[in-house]
Design a protein around this ligand. Sequence first.
Ligand SMILES: Cc1cc2nc3c(=O)[nH]c(=O)nc-3n(C[C@H](O)[C@H](O)[C@H](O)COP(=O)(O)O)c2cc1C
Ligand code: SF4
Length: 517
Amino acid sequence: MSARIFLPRDAGALALGADAVAAALAREAQARGIALEIVRTGSRGLYWLEPMLEVATPSGRIAYGPIAADEVASLFAAEFLAGAAHPKRLGRPEEIPYLKRQTRLTFARTGIVDPASAEDYAAHGGWLGLARAFALGPAATIEEVVASGLRGRGGAGFPTGIKWRTAAGAKAARKYIVCNADEGDSGTFADRMIMEGDPFVLIEGMLIAGYAVGASKAYLYTRSEYPHAIAAMERALAAAKRGGFLGDNIQGTGFSFDLEVRVGAGAYVCGEETALLDSLEGKRGMVRAKPPLPALEGLFGQPTVINNVISLASVPIILAEGAKAYQELGIGRSRGTMPIQLAGNIRYPGLFEAAFGVTLGELVEEIGGGTASGRPARAVQVGGPLGAYFPRALFDTPFDYEAFAARDGLIGHGGVVVFDDSVDMAAQARFAMEFCAIESCGKCTPCRLGSTRGVEVMDRIRAGRDVEKNLALIADLCETMKFGSLCALGGFTPYPVMSALTHFRDDFTRAAAHAAA
Ligand SMILES: Cc1cc2nc3c(=O)[nH]c(=O)nc-3n(C[C@H](O)[C@H](O)[C@H](O)COP(=O)(O)O)c2cc1C
Ligand code: SF4
């Protein structure tokens, strides 16, 4: 019998040397005459411990990490294949506090299963949600998603079941499912982790969506910067086809469904759902005016459900375990779990899936261990480049769509980017305007011109020129962008700018104060 090791092929683990570790493991095993099977998994999402390998022992998996290739010989010498002691031994992965504290539903299998094997997926509870959907029928499947309280995890937080109901009610010969896997938000990687670590759960979620609304064709739209995710999805799609989960007459139900991966060049605005549709249709990604809603007139003018990866990947567990179990988690109108991504200047960066309600302070100080630099955390940007900067005084904000909105913030796709006390918040505000200027699709004036003027005004403020006058001007410009832009790129850029100005005003007046001194 051969020994079994699980080692991530996740992009983050690869960047930290996972392939070199795999090669060293194979070499060392061969030299010692040991038959070794290395299963390349996704990551558990504990990035400061990557590459983290896990050994299958009779009493469960034992983790070691972070492992460098030149440490592999010492692992064999210490008898790690039996789970023995070694300075890098972490013990049972589920007992690592960062994992133990989580409620893993959407990410239940990530880092555990072989992402290339449909059989392994089935052995770990896969396809049960689809089977239940087939048993319920399309209309009851939609009502189950409505009852779960699931809201879109791509940013806007729109109820997923209601979107499905709209598309299901539209009369058309052809309907589409589109998975938004563009994942452009800074500090986010949950979509990538699902695609690399548990691609079948996404395929299953898309199948359920297609069955529910009556769509037989689906596209997964991602970016060229995600080559490992694309490869993992392609491997899984081929396996799903072989297993009779894609194509005609799926599992003898009469339901047919086809799914293709499409790769964009990586423009932030192509994550906006209507620009994404333009890009999918082969055009330059430009935002479309709404209405019509994509659910009624979307891809090629046909009813289209566009959902984020995490929204779709959360559906199988909702169907498998029942809406009630999911709905019971969370607070207020934020139900279920949210895969929160801890990034930036943080000691323990990674993925933390938890029921809504965990506070920003708990995430940054307790779970994330404070900053990586060891200096005090000063600001946190939640929700990507359009998210507000929150100071320590707002660390009591719970992860909840409404609680963040009440404080002029957003949770977006769940990215949390931490900054220590060396950050210059006026520079960050300038960056927000510059980002908007670079990424603007150019369709509307407040965003296209406003962002460029915003950069110029910020430069004057940072140079200490007519600061009070220019601060009033930037506030006025932000009002115009907020209320006059066609989409949230121009409409939400004021949030990082104005939050920086509101909570960290000294950073904006410092240059003028220096000049006066
Ligand atoms: C500028 C901009 C960029 C966006 N980028 C993404 C993205 O990368 N991924 C995503 O899922 N949603 C993104 N969205 C939100 C989508 O427009 C849309 O709300 C989402 O795909 C709907 O899926 P959901 O309901 O499952 O969240 C973006 C929106 C804007 C305005
Ligand atoms: S706000 Fe910006 S990105 Fe959105 S439509 Fe207008 S110009 Fe395009």
